[in-house]
Design a protein around this ligand. Structure first.
Ligand SMILES: [Zn+2]
Ligand SMILES: [Zn+2]
Length: 286
C-alpha cells in the first residue's frame, strides 16, 4: 500500500501556486488556482488519515474537501477547528507541578474557508459560459489574483503550524466481534450512547457510557427463530444482516430459513363485535 505524505504534497502545490502568481502573467492564474485546489485537497486528506481508525472504509474515497469535512465533522464537531496544544509536567498523576507550556497552534483550513474558496478556484479553471460572456459576468484577473493570494496565505498558515493534526479524543476501542478489526469511536461529551460501525465489515454497535468513564459495547443484533414452529430455535443475527434473501440453516432441525419481505394487515376497526384483526403474511418461496 503506497502512502502519500499529504503535508509534503500540499507544500509542493502551494509553492508551485506561488511561482505561478509571481510570474505576473494573468494567463498563469488558472494554474495557480489548480495548484491551490490540490493543496486544499491534500490538507483535507491529511485530516482524513488522522481520523482513519474511526472512518468506515467507503469514506476513504470521498474526495471533495467540503464533503470530506462534512464526514469528519459528523465524527468530531471540532474536526475543522484551529487548536493550540499546551503541556505541563505533573509531580504525581493529576497534580500539575509546572505551568502549561505552549507547544503551538494547529491552524486548520476550516469548512467555512473551504466553502468560500474551493468552488471559486474551480470556476477559474473553465472558459466562461456563453451567458457569462454575453453579460460580461466574468471575474477580472485582478480579482482572481486577489482570491488566489487570500487562500494561498491561509494554506501557508496551515502549512506553517508547528504542531498539526492534534486529535485528542476520549475514545472507546474494541476488536470487532465479527471480523476482529480494531474499532475506535470517539465519545462525544454529554452523550449517553453513540452508534459505531466497524471500519472494515461495518458491523453495527451501540456504545453506552457507564459510570466511571467506562463504556459498554452492544452489538446491534436481533434474535430470529427457526421458522418451523415446532423447532423455533433462536439465532442472533447482526442487524445489518437481516435483509430479504439472507438465509441460514437451523442447527437444531437442519431446515433452511430465508428472510423474506412480509406483509401484515390489520382491518379497520368497526364495532366491538367484529373487530377481529386478521394477518396475512407473504409466503416464503420454495
Ligand atoms: Zn468488523
Ligand atoms: Zn429449526
Amino acid at each position: 500500500m503506497a502512502k502519500i505524505n499529504y503535508r509534503h504534497h500540499a507544500r509542493q502545490a502551494h509553492q508551485r501556486a506561488d511561482a505561478e502568481m509571481a510570474s505576473g502573467d494573468d494567463e498563469r492564474l488558472k494554474y495557480a488556482a489548480l495548484e491551490l485546489r490540490i493543496a486544499m485537497e491534500s490538507l483535507a486528506y491529511e485530516r482524513v488519515l488522522s481520523y482513519r481508525s474511526e472512518l468506515p472504509a467507503d469514506k476513504l474515497n470521498v474526495w471533495q474537501p467540503r464533503k470530506i469535512m462534512e464526514v469528519l465533522l459528523e465524527l468530531d464537531p471540532k474536526a475543522d477547528k484551529t487548536s493550540s496544544l499546551a503541556v505541563a509536567r505533573e509531580s504525581s498523576p493529576g497534580v500539575r507541578a509546572e505551568p502549561f507550556k505552549s507547544m503551538g497552534t494547529d491552524r486548520v483550513v476550516s469548512n467555512k474557508e473551504i466553502k468560500k474558496y474551493y468552488d471559486k478556484l474551480g470556476s477559474y479553471l473553465h472558459a466562461p459560459t456563453v451567458k457569462q460572456a454575453e453579460s460580461g459576468d466574468t471575474t477580472p484577473p485582478d480579482r482572481v489574483r486577489e482570491r488566489c493570494r487570500q487562500i494561498a496565505d491561509i494554506i501557508g498558515e496551515a502549512l506553517a503550524s508547528p504542531v498539526f493534526n492534534i486529535n485528542i479524543r476520549n475514545s472507546a476501542t474494541l476488536p470487532c466481534e465479527r471480523c476482529g478489526e480494531q474499532i475506535v469511536r470517539r465519545m462525544p461529551p454529554g452523550e449517553d450512547d453513540v452508534d459505531a460501525a466497524c471500519p472494515k465489515c461495518e458491523a453495527p454497535y451501540t456504545i453506552v457510557q457507564l459510570e466511571g468513564n467506562k463504556v459498554e459495547w452492544r452489538p446491534q443484533q436481533g434474535e430470529l427463530r427457526c421458522g418451523d414452529t415446532s423447532c423455533a430455535t433462536p439465532v442472533f443475527t447482526w442487524r445489518d444482516e437481516i435483509t430479504a434473501g439472507a438465509h441460514w440453516t437451523c442447527d437444531e432441525c437442519g431446515g433452511t430459513n430465508v428472510i423474506a419481505l412480509g406483509l401484515q394487515f390489520t382491518a379497520a376497526e368497526k364495532s366491538e363485535a367484529d373487530s377481529d384483526a386478521s394477518e396475512v403474511e407473504a409466503e416464503e418461496g420454495d
